[in-house]
Design a protein around this ligand. Sequence first.
Ligand SMILES: [Zn+2]
Length: 156
Amino acid sequence: MILEYLDWRFEVDIEMTRKKTQENATDHCMCDYCRNFYETVDMAHPGLKEVLDEFGVCLMGPSELLPFEPTLVLACYRVQGKILKWGDATLLGGDVLLQPEAADEGSFYLWVGEMELPWVQDEAPEEVVSPANLPEFLERMQEVWQLRHGDAGIVS
Ligand SMILES: [Zn+2]
């Protein structure tokens, strides 16, 4: 199916995208960082779910979550299809930035965020034990942050 957004054009296999992102949604990391995302994102960013749904993307099924801070999260979703025309226009889902990125043959990524979220877990965020606190993951988050923002405001 062809989707057109502003000056962008995509070819998307909606059914396959839905199937794969829904599979991701059944296999969540349930650390407090991730749980906080799943519990708050829909309420905190109205309109996002609807736009992702047009791609077949299940909001609850990201391939990757990057909590730069406990309440500042970037999510990456894999869409089955391809980018037919790269536009200049800024794509938004509600108030959230959507950035397409080419992936391997037959799919592309949608980077979604960063999204500010309320913190609704019992445990204080600085006490949370999460895979996102592991050195390899922190390094990956720093890399992505620098790609997106340069050296400004690096998250420690
Ligand atoms: Zn997690």
